[in-house]
Design a binder for this molecule. Structure first.
Ligand SMILES: NC(=O)c1ccc[n+]([C@@H]2O[C@H](COP(=O)([O-])OP(=O)(O)OC[C@H]3O[C@@H](n4cnc5c(N)ncnc54)[C@H](OP(=O)(O)O)[C@@H]3O)[C@@H](O)[C@H]2O)c1
Length: 263
C-alpha cells in the first residue's frame, strides 16, 4: 500500500513530526507546505521558510499560515549566514527539546546561460544557492535531525534531508544539452547531487536518511507555463515518495513518481 507522507507520519507510536521547507513562499515549496498543512494529520510544526516573509512575495504564504496554526513562518535566506543563524534560533525557540524530522532543501535558482552567454558571476551565484546554501542549511540542522532519529532504521518520519534536484543535473542522463544547455543550473545540481550522496553516507550513522528528488517539469515561475505538470500533482507524488523511503533507498535519486534516476 502506498502511503502519503502525512499518513506515514501518523503511524502509531510515531511522533507528529516537525518539518522545515526552504524557499516556501512560491512554487513547489509553497505547495509542499500547503499539502502538509492541509493533511488530516499535519506535522506538529511546519517551518515554512523564505527570504522575505513580510514582503509582497510572502503574501501567499502568510495567507496560508493564517489558516493553519501548524505553519510557522521563518525568515531564511539560504546564502546569508546571519539569516541562517537567525532561522536556527527561531526554529529552536518553537521546538524546545523536540527534534526535527524532515528538512526539505527546496530553495533553488535557475539560469539559462549558455556556453556563449555565461559569466563567472552568474555561475557562482547559482552555485551559492543550489549547492552552498543547501549544504549550509543542512550543516546547522544535523544535530536537531539526529535528535528526531530513532533506532529502528531510516525514514522521513524519523529524520531525513531531502534535496530537491533535477533530471537536468544527472550526468548519467545528460538530457537535451543542445535544447537546454543551462550550464550553471545543470552543473550546480550535479554538485548538489554529490552533496546528497556524501551526506547519505556520512549521516547514516546518525540515523538520518538523505535523498535527492526530481519533481518533474512543473508549472512554476521556474518551470514556466510550458511545463506539463501541475504543482499539486508533483507535490502529491513527492510526498508519497517520501513516505516510501527507507534504509534501502537512502542515498538514491528518485523522481516524483518514485522512479530511480542515474546520478
Ligand atoms: N519547476 C520545475 O520544473 C523544476 C524542475 C526540476 C527541479 N526543480 C527544483 O525545484 C525547486 C523549487 O523550484 P520551483 O519550480 O518551485 O522554483 P520557483 O518557483 O522559482 O521558486 C524558487 C523558490 O526558491 C526560493 N529561493 C531562491 N533563492 C533563495 C535563497 N537564497 N534563499 C531562500 N530561498 C530562495 C525563491 O524565493 P524568492 O521568492 O525569494 O525568490 C522561491 O521561493 C528548485 O530547487 C528547482 O531547482 C524545479
Amino acid at each position: 500500500m502506498t502511503l502519503h507522507y502525512y499518513e506515514a507520519l501518523a503511524r502509531p507510536a510515531q511522533p507528529r513530526g516537525c518539518v522545515l521547507v526552504t524557499g516556501s513562499n512560491r512554487g513547489i515549496g509553497l505547495e509542499l507546505v500547503r499539502q502538509l498543512a492541509a493533511s488530516p494529520w499535519p506535522p506538529h510544526h511546519i517551518f515554512a521558510t523564505c527570504r522575505h516573509p513580510e514582503g509582497p512575495r510572502g503574501k501567499a504564504l502568510r495567507d496560508l499560515a493564517a489558516q493553519h496554526p501548524s505553519i510557522k513562518l521563518v525568515q531564511l535566506d539560504t546564502v546569508n549566514v546571519p539569516s541562517i543563524q537567525g532561522a536556527v534560533r527561531a526554529v529552536d525557540s518553537h521546538l524546545k527539546d523536540q527534534g526535527l524530522n524532515l528538512l526539505i532543501n527546496n530553495a533553488g535558482v535557475s539560469s539559462h546561460a549558455t556556453l556563449h552567454s555565461l559569466d563567472s558571476q552568474e555561475m557562482l551565484s547559482v552555485f551559492a544557492t543550489n549547492v552552498v546554501g543547501t549544504l549550509q542549511v543542512t550543516k546547522v540542522r544535523v544535530e536537531l535531525l539526529a535528535k528526531g532519529a530513532g533506532k529502528e532504521g531510516l525514514s522521513c518520519s524519523r529524520a531525513a534531508v531531502i534535496n530537491v534536484s533535477t533530471k537536468l543535473g544527472s550526468i548519467g542522463l545528460c538530457l537535451g544539452v543542445l535544447q537546454a544547455p543551462m550550464y550553471p543550473y545543470r552543473a550546480s545540481k550535479a554538485a548538489q547531487n554529490m552533496v546528497t550522496r556524501c551526506l547519505a553516507v556520512e549521516l547514516q550513522e546518525k540515523g538520518i536518511l538523505c535523498a535527492a528528488i526530481h519533481p518533474g517539469w512543473v508549472k512554476t515561475d521556474m518551470g514556466t507555463e510550458e511545463a506539463p505538470l501541475m504543482v499539486e500533482h508533483s507535490v502529491r507524488g513527492i510526498l508519497t515518495v517520501l513516505a516510501s523511503l527507507s534504509q534501502d533507498t537512502s542515498g538514491t535519486f528518485l523522481d516524483w513518481e518514485g522512479n530511480s534516476l542515474p546520478w
